[in-house]
Write a protein that binds this ligand. Sequence first.
Ligand code: NAP
Length: 465
Amino acid sequence: MVEAGSPEHPLRIAIIGAGPAGFYAAAALLKAEGLKIEVDMYDRLPTPFGLVRAGVAPDHQKDKSVTRAYDKSARHPHFRFCGNIEYGKDVNLDELRRFYHQIIFATGTQSDRALGIPGEDLIGSHSATDFVAWYNGHPDYANLEFDLSCERVAVVGLGNVALDVARILCKSHEELSRTDIADHALRALQNSRVREVYILGRRGPAQAAFTPPEISEIGELTDTDVLVRPKEAYLDAASRAALEANPDRNAEKNVEVIQVYAQRPPQGRQRQLHIRFLLTPLEIIGSANGRTEAIRLARNELYLAQDNSVQVRQTQEEEVLPVGLVFRSVGYRGLGLPELPFDERRGVIQNEAGRIVDDRGQVLTGLYAAGWIKRGPSGVIGTNKVDAKETVALMIEDIRAGRYLSPAQPTAAAATGFLEALAPRSVSYADWAEIDAEETRRGEVADRPRVKFTRLGEFLDVLSD
Ligand code: NAP
């Protein structure tokens, strides 16, 4: 076997997925010392950046500035973006093995977790991740419809996604129209009749998954009163004991912020955002025509488990909250990819620190995972940098030990020929730069960061122009 990585025989690496984990992996690979590495990054969308484009809230533009670093990698002469090409549909594992020495899967978690309660399929009961993808203009979700004609909405879960959804529902048209929210969502939210949003957590403020800056930001909503019941904001004995045993600055700060909200009197603003704790959804109740009408909740109490974690048990007490919409926001979930071993329980590709392994724990040479599909949907964008670096370190170790695939056609030209023969038109980084420029130009006209295209045809139209 020719030793790959020399200037004459570059190592050819495919990254599947153009989100943060994929880009951090690319950056680390392109910096590898003493090895010539060429990276082809595939994505099923014509746009790069994954959840930075389709997940990060439109009113969080600062968080999107990480794309500047990704852009730097993308402009490296040994990097190519191959957008609009889907793994498992347009290209399969054997085909990739023909062109690459190593393949990294960084496809993220494309589904969401269910609550597993009756009524979850009623009209008006949605996954928060669908709503997020819709308002961010993800082409697969652009045709969804959310009926915002009701006055009360429940968002189940105490994570940052629940806060994003609640914030977008509570912001004024004026505020949203300065963001890059998808046009269809801007219009629908302008006509929204939602007045009361309930965030429902099953545990207490000290166990919330949201982070201090995000829960603090909620208090700055201009048109919305944030309401917390003092009884639910109270730090119970179990939580206090757990925090003493395992001090957690984030949890302490979250509790502090929630307790400040609990003391604020309502100001009679246009909307109310209620943050409720210690409530487990039991059932979504529907009308005769199958529409969401209410959510039935059990009141919980907290107790300290043997491992010092704070858990809940349900009491006999129940509550019925009339709502016309329910968003479940209880976490993303990874989906299995064709021909790769998948851990259904955890929703991740089976791997050991990034090396993909089969059911017997045997390493599958040349195959790696990074990001949420490797470790599950947790952490902030930057967490994926550490994660991708861990995978890349193992890849480099494997290269130096001669453990990689033996592609029959390990050249950029061969991969280009293959891509050109595919039915969908592959979108390059130069193509994306054109799309980006056009979206930004449309944004300048409207005094917005960008006006997004949301349909596949629209992207391709820009390129054919
Ligand atoms: P998450 O942080 O894992 O939060 C999930 C929430 O759902 C938790 O409060 C959890 O409560 C609750 N939950 C789970 N199963 C439940 C059930 N059966 N019934 C009721 N509640 C249930 O998930 P996420 O909000 O989707 O966020 C995913 C990741 O993206 C997180 O790391 C998040 O920080 C990150 N993110 C960050 C930002 C930002 O930085 N601005 C924005 C969005 C997302 P328990 O704790 O009781 O299980």
